[in-house]
Design a protein around this ligand. Sequence first.
Ligand code: DQA
Length: 153
Amino acid sequence: MKILVLSGPNLDRLGTREPAIYGGVTLSAIHARLEEVARAHGATIDARQTPHEGDLVAWIGAARDDGFAGILINPGAYTHTSIAILDALRGADLPAVEVHLSNPEAREAFRRRSFTARACVGKVSGFGARSYELGLEGLVGVITSRGASARGD
Ligand code: DQA
């Protein structure tokens, strides 16, 4: 089982970016931890980060053909603006889970709306770097149970 892990703009700066809000863990440390969590579930991850909306749209659009079973995504600020990423997730025909380090609902009003979560099976926010791990575990669970019901188990 191969999972595509995507992070959007400014998340490459985790560790130094507004640590009071996002914590002190770097994105590469998060990715290393996700690799361990994935391995424990018999899965693998391909983790990518970009500031570009179009990269995210293209990667999501190609995900199924590229052999991914699901998408874990922190779209960063595109969460609150991007209908293009929403449409890409809807068109991907793969389960997706949205994650956030902070809890956007508890912050400024403009962060309370997520376009992208509308295309996701679930969302985890507010647990810092742990949100990624919890989201990955939830996503693996969804993929596993869908596979079981498709097989009639
Ligand atoms: C974020 C929340 C967004 O509102 C913000 O623009 C980010 C990070 C989070 O992980 O808490 O870049 O996605």
